[in-house]
Ligand binder design. Structure first.
Ligand code: SF4
Length: 354
């Protein structure tokens, strides 16, 4: 059964800093008032009934939950206790900043039924964090991971490649340091310029340039691939104007695309196709067999992978078919004389030395 998450947005509540890139109201389309207990219960029941009456998860996003007063945290978590006890709510997750985590609060959250805390890590480069107005260091992230884990909580991490002062190599380095902490999940949101933010001012002054869409996609393909090889799930990649940004009109500049993740996944598969296709003679007509769920990634947006393979390798893809027997990362390529099998995690590696 599909996991249903009931999101409550507490835009900027508890935030001790205004990070240069952030406008939670633009992203969520909501103001930052804390929901009252009756509203919490009403909303959860509405989601439960519209999703078949099963258990749902509850999430508090968009602010610094653990910097709320303990009384405010209790006001949000207390109404969930009977629902957790009866199984109507299966789990609670929330987002916060690394420097707003301490052992006592982590123990309180665990006792109140929270199972996962998502940390806004953004970067592991202290100079980049300072330029973004984050007000914490990479050491705070490492400490927060340890504190949350010690309390028995799962830990997620959000990264934001492309912040001011961060190179491509720096972004990959930050990503790899976070993966080494073994997060339970990752979100990767390449920085975009939202109207009205300090980042927008820097952009308009000409002192900040966001990543281009191509660069962000190629950066994220490496991150998605390395995360998959490390068995760390990436639950979101890229801000999507349709789902993440109110009315889709808040973005001034930056790598925002409605199918950002598919673009990045498609690039991974194109890189694998290039590696495998050269094992066939130039001019070969290839049949690709892939798991059904991967067809769109293998073909690429507007068939770009098929077109590029033909143009740059001289091998033509005659047909792409679904093979239900293939595992998730597998591909079989055949021509009239032979067939080879590939696997994206086994056969594709990106350089370590970025
Ligand atoms: S990024 Fe997080 S900590 Fe910074 S202003 Fe936004 S919600 Fe608050």
């Amino acid at each position: 059964m599909k996991r249903v998450i009931v999101p409550f947005f507490i835009a900027h509540q508890g935030c001790p800093h205004q990070c240069v890139f952030c406008d939670q109201r633009a992203i969520t389309g909501r103001d930052g008032e804390l929901p009252q207990p009756a509203e919490l219960l009403r909303t959860i029941e509405a989601w439960r009934s519209s999703s078949g009456g099963g258990a749902v998860e509850v999430a508090f996003y968009g602010g610094t939950f653990t910097a709320l007063s303990r009384r405010q945290q209790e006001t949000l978590l207390q109404p969930l206790q009977p629902l957790l006890a009866s199984g109507r709510v299966s789990a609670v997750r929330l987002s916060t900043r690394p420097d707003a985590v301490d052992a006592a609060n982590a123990d309180f959250l665990r006792a109140a039924g929270v199972s996962l805390v998502e940390l806004g890590v953004q970067s592991m480069d202290d100079a980049v964090l300072a330029a973004a107005g984050r007000g914490h260091t990479a050491a705070a992230t490492i400490a927060a991971f340890a504190t949350l884990r010690a309390a028995g909580l799962q830990v997620g991490a959000q990264l934001m490649p492309g912040l001011p002062g961060e190179s491509i190599a720096g972004a990959i380095g930050s990503f790899r340091r976070v993966v080494a902490l073994k997060p339970n999940l990752l979100r990767i949101y390449p920085a975009v310029v939202l109207k009205g933010t300090a980042l927008a001012t820097l952009y308009q002054q000409g002192s900040y340039q966001p990543l281009s869409l191509d660069t962000a996609v190629n950066l994220c393909k490496i991150m998605l691939h390395d995360a998959a090889r490390a068995a760390v799930p990436v639950i979101r990649a890229g801000l999507q104007p349709t789902e993440d940004l109110a009315a889709g009109s808040a973005v001034l500049a930056g790598p925002c695309h409605p199918a950002f993740r598919q673009l990045a996944e498609g690039e991974r598969w194109y890189d694998l196709l290039q590696i495998l296709a050269v094992r066939f003679d130039s001019g070969a007509r290839l049949v690709l067999q892939v798991p059904p769920a991967r067809i769109a990634d293998v073909v690429g947006q507007k068939r770009r992978n098929i077109i590029r393979l033909d143009t740059f390798s001289g091998r033509t893809v005659a047909v792409v078919t679904a093979d239900h027997s293939l595992p998730a990362g597998a591909i079989r390529i055949s021509d009239s004389s032979r067939s080879i099998s590939g696997d994206i995690l086994r056969d594709l590696t990106y350089r370590e030395d970025f």
